[in-house]
Ligand binder design. Sequence first.
Ligand code: CMP
Length: 136
Amino acid sequence: MSQRTLVLLKPDTVRRGLVGEILGRFESKGLSIVAMDLRTIDGETADQHYAEHVERDFYPPLREFVTSGPMVALVLEGDEAIEVVRALNGATDGRKAAPGTIRGDLSLSNRENLVHGSDSAESASREIKIWFPDLG
Ligand code: CMP
């Protein structure tokens, strides 16, 4: 079933010059780019996006990190796009993510893990509305 998912290439991706490498992996897999924007967000937008994490211990430094510079926000589309993107991203902690995944190949951090992908259809719909309200 074709799905849409919200993907963020986080500030570490932009700072490290890895946008092309990571975007290339999604494109090579066959996912289509429906929307794409380079954007620096404020703390309130971070709180909205990460609503389920705002009370967690790791949230304050995560908030600092995701507001520290531009991110590339994307809506990707394709068959089972939500699960496919999460598989390409790999486990949250780059130190534990499997080689061959984006985080497994390119990240050594649990926080600065390069990418975000929606974790369910409900999250995708909620997150797409936050980032790209015109897409519905
Ligand atoms: P993401 O997929 O965007 O979803 C929540 C983010 O919080 C996650 O990627 C990491 O960037 C960050 N994160 C999750 N767990 C931890 C943790 N234990 N310590 C630091 N950062 C975390």
